[in-house]
Design a protein around this ligand. Structure first.
Ligand SMILES: N[C@@H](CCC(=O)N[C@@H](CS)C(=O)NCC(=O)O)C(=O)O
Length: 207
């Protein structure tokens, strides 16, 4: 049995694991930790961070390792080396853009948070979405899926684009994707892709 642990909110790091397992109809449990309980729980987990997966009684950490494990079980990873590299790059992109925006999310002082968000928008938002769009254009023939076949790369890209478009990130306009025509149509296709949008986890994420 697979048991995933994360905080009690939706975030891409846990959502890509859940979407992958659910797509493959692999049963899993989700254990949620309240933010206020975290400091007393933190030391129980490898690397002191979440998400964590309990598989056969052993604990495993780090989003990318877990995502590749879950995707492999659900036939959403790829035995072809080049396709695996494409999928890994989308995971690394997701991690890196998260690291770029994180200071403006973590900052408690509203004035400083605003400045940090402005810095992110000025320096990183467009360039990182250009990187993702360029990757899609280089790797995908059909422009529907990164490897021309629905995979963990698409689950990850969809989830990250959804986050940045959500309007929940201050100062990031939900129309920002209009500047990225290929990525915009890719995102819309994925949002209409039934094997993804009929998953209960998908409904929970967009609700
Ligand atoms: N390298 C880790 C990073 C995970 C991470 O940053 N987790 C955050 C939540 S999104 C966390 O656990 N924060 C609490 C802490 O670091 O104490 C991974 O790839 O999963």
């Amino acid at each position: 049995m697979i048991k995933l642990t994360y905080f009690d909110f939706n975030f891409w790091r846990i959502d890509i694991l859940r979407l992958s397992l659910s797509y493959g109809q692999i049963p899993y449990e989700l254990n949620q930790i309240k933010r206020e309980d975290w400091l007393k729980e933190k030391n129980k987990f490898p690397f002191g961070q979440l998400p964590v997966m309990d598989f056969n009684g052993m604990l495993f950490g780090h989003t990318h390792s877990l995502a590749i494990f879950c995707a492999t079980k659900s036939n959403l990873y790829d035995a072809n080396d080049e396709n695996a590299l494409i999928i890994n790059q989308v995971l690394d992109w997701a991690n890196d853009i998260t690291i770029k925006i994180a200071p403006s999310i973590r900052e408690k002082n509203p004035e400083k948070a605003k400045k940090k968000r402005e810095f992110f928008i000025r320096n990183d938002l467009s360039s990182w979405f250009v990187f993702l769009q360029d990757l899609l254009q280089r790797t995908s023939t059909n422009k529907k899926f990164f490897t021309d076949k629905f995979s963990l790369a698409d689950i990850t890209a969809w989830r990250l684009i959804y986050w940045f478009k959500s309007g929940k990130l201050d100062q990031i306009n939900s129309n920002f994707l209009d500047d990225f025509a290929v990525l915009k149509s890719y995102f819309e296709n994925l949002s209409n892709y039934k094997p993804l949008n009929e998953l209960k986890e998908y409904s929970e994420i967009i609700s």
